[in-house]
Design a protein around this ligand. Structure first.
Ligand code: GLN
Length: 188
């Protein structure tokens, strides 16, 4: 890769622009992705935090399911909170469809509701849990990069990454998670 990698952030709903300074500090170019044409030329994709049910509806409404499936086949993808829920193998509380690209089960709002949202320290970096899902790996091929208590909160499966938490709200650029994601893209 000769030029800077372009990181798309699905921009239908949720927490999109706070990724920009992290992506730039990690050496990438930030691109909000709203339409099929925006997928052209991206090297990696972030599915941001937000509301997974709403995102599923908007993916259908804007006819982006095929673009997403191609992205899952072709490039590193990182799902954050609601984005992780979209990437899981199965979803509970309540049951919801998902794209099944990481063999984990996600329990929506497993860390509690808005009132229970909290900051948490991962290897010296503060991250935010906002109505976050609990992740349970379905098999041993899922690499666990960080835990909160007994539960994995940052996982890697080949070039697919998921975090239950939001690192992008912390204004210390780039987050270790953005750096890790960028390293998946540069070695892709
Ligand atoms: N609870 C939300 C959902 O189920 C996710 C919250 C978030 O992305 N911060 O989609």
């Amino acid at each position: 890769m000769t030029s800077k990698p372009v990181i798309g952030v699905l921009a239908l709903q949720g927490c999109v622009t706070p990724h920009k300074p992290h992506i730039e500090a990690a050496g990438g170019v930030f691109r909000p992705v709203k339409r099929a044409a925006d997928f052209d030329g991206i090297d990696g994709l972030i599915l941001p935090g937000g509301e997974s049910t709403t995102m599923l509806k908007l993916i259908d409404r804007f006819e982006l399911a095929d673009c997403l499936k191609k992205a899952f086949e072709r490039m590193p993808v990182w799902g954050i909170c609601a984005g992780a829920i979209l990437m899981g193998e199965s979803v509970a509380n309540p049951i919801q469809r998902s794209y099944g690209v990481i063999p984990v089960t996600l329990i929506r709002n497993g860390y509690g509701r808005q009132m229970d949202s909290t900051h948490f320290d991962i290897d010296g970096y503060t991250v935010s849990f906002i109505r976050a899902p609990i992740m349970a790996p379905v098999n041993d091929d899922v690499e666990i990069l960080a835990k909160r208590g007994e539960s994995p909160v940052w996982v890697l499966y080949n070039d697919k990454m998921a975090t239950s938490f939001h690192p992008e709200l912390t204004q210390d650029y780039p987050s270790p998670m953005h750096e890790r994601f960028m390293s998946l893209i540069t070695k892709h």
